[in-house]
Design a protein around this ligand. Structure first.
Ligand SMILES: CC(C)(COP(=O)(O)OP(=O)(O)OC[C@H]1O[C@@H](n2cnc3c(N)ncnc32)[C@H](O)[C@@H]1OP(=O)(O)O)[C@@H](O)C(=O)NCCC(=O)NCCS
Length: 204
């Protein structure tokens, strides 16, 4: 029997997650938590059943996955993750059957590997990360907790991306560089040098 799963956050990223979860087939989605005014609405085939106030009541019978997106700030995903840990919730880890996760790579709790992503040998993905569709995390790279590696980004071999960082769509990083915690790299940027903590790299 499939384990029952509650999704937290019913926006666009949630839809992409639903498709991955359905294809993976390990969990049955029991419902979604979002804002009060959205309760009763449906996201794809699944109902919004309540707000995150419901989490403690749902903990005994369900797994949870955070399906809130993360672009401008990691704070919402981080706060929900902290709340889940405090309540002792079981947190799902999801890998698309259309992704490649090397058996020599490590993957943390609450992270999702979306369709077409590749996590190569020796790579490590922390907790509560999004490795989005068609992203590449090359050999020996480390993605620390609460990061979003957006669609089609290339994290080359041996790169370290520290926690709570956003790497935009189609970013390319030179091998063996370090990207400091809480950084933001806009879509399409090429990064050749180490970035300190709280860097913001945009086109202008
Ligand atoms: C950098 C970024 C945060 C700027 O957002 P913003 O402050 O809202 O700025 P705007 O979108 O209003 O863009 C301002 C201008 O810069 C351009 N621009 C924005 N981001 C750009 C980028 N990454 N590369 C090149 N040009 C960019 C816009 O086209 C716009 O040009 P215009 O003034 O001629 O119309 C945003 O564009 C970005 O890169 N977001 C991440 C996208 C992404 O990776 N999403 C992940 C999906 S999984």
């Amino acid at each position: 029997m499939k384990n029952s799963l509650i999704l937290i956050g019913g926006g666009g990223h949630c839809k992409s997650c639903i498709d991955v979860i359905e294809q993976e087939g390990r969990f049955a989605i029991a419902g979604i938590l979002d804002k009060t005014e959205l309760v009763g609405a449906r996201i794809l085939d699944y109902p919004i059943i309540g707000t995150d106030e419901e989490i403690p009541r749902l903990v005994p019978d369900h797994y949870f996955l955070i399906t809130v997106g993360q672009i401008k700030s990691p704070s919402t995903r981080l706060a929900i993750y902290t709340k889940l840990k405090e309540t002792g919730a079981r947190i799902a880890t999801i890998v698309s059957p259309r992704a490649y996760l090397s058996s020599h790579a490590r993957l943390g709790e609450g992270s999702i590997i979306m369709h077409g992503a590749t996590i190569n040998a020796g790579a490590t993905i922390g907790n509560n990360c999004i490795i989005n569709s068609h992203a590449l995390v090359e050999h020996d790279a480390i993605i620390h907790d609460h990061c979003h590696i957006a669609t089609g980004a290339i994290i080359n071999g041996g790169v370290a991306v520290y926690e709570q960082t956003f790497i935009g769509s189609r970013v390319m990083t030179r091998e063996y560089i370090t990207i400091g915690a809480e950084s933001f790299v806009a879509g399409g940027m090429n990064i050749y040098r180490d970035l300190p903590k709280q860097s913001r790299v945009t086109p202008s």
